[in-house]
Design a protein around this ligand. Sequence first.
Ligand SMILES: [Zn+2]
Length: 272
Amino acid sequence: MKHLISTLLLLTAAVTAQADTKLYIFDCGYFKFSDISMFSLDNSETDVREMFVPCYLIEHEKGRLLWDGGLPIEMAGKPKHEDQPGVEVEYKRSVVDQLADLELTPEDIDLASYSHFHYDHVGAANAFSSATLLIQQTEYDAAFLHPETNPVFTPSLYSELANSSKVFLNGDHDVFGDGSVTIISAPGHTPGHQTLLLNLKNTGKIMLSGDLYHFEASRALRRTPTFNTDQAETLRSIDKVEAMLKDTGATLWIEHNKALADTLRKSPEFYD
Ligand SMILES: [Zn+2]
């Protein structure tokens, strides 16, 4: 009987933990490209030119995790403008201001992990230096130790993380130990690129893509951007993630898919 009661208590705890996990989506920027050939797509293969740039907060009873940090925070509040020739950007309100709507400050965030260290994913990273950084060893080596050999990185955006507590990952990682939030190693776009698998009580399983794909057409046509650090490795990561999606029944959310993002609830609303 005693055993039964403790088992029931454990089960209740497990259900409660899952019920408590919430996913908040923040609008952390916008891109419009005049030419998408850098994504190895011919401009005639899709008419999508716009991209959403997200940040996410996952609230779990054991802690708060920031996943992806959007465009550089200094861009927030500036009018829409051309950042590079043929690339329009806009970032309306910084993720820090959007967190304040939830009565949170960056210091309230316990853990931070970024799908990869490109400038549209770590734009607010310096503000979250008090959080413990979960990073693939390979991404750390490329972004922090050898950025000069990887021109895709902008070290000034994440230099404050040099002194952050860090957990170095070498593959997949169950963040809270209960299967609700799992970092999936998916290298190739950058040396330590990763995706995030969520298991939410009411919403079900969602895979946040990082930049495994930028467009639905990238997925359908199996195209990898010209600026990826390793094309063959990217294709192996695509195979791994697609097999996982099949096995788990998870829904893939391509993070930059603006048409999808337009249909999703943004913070302060959430998914649980
Ligand atoms: Zn990106």
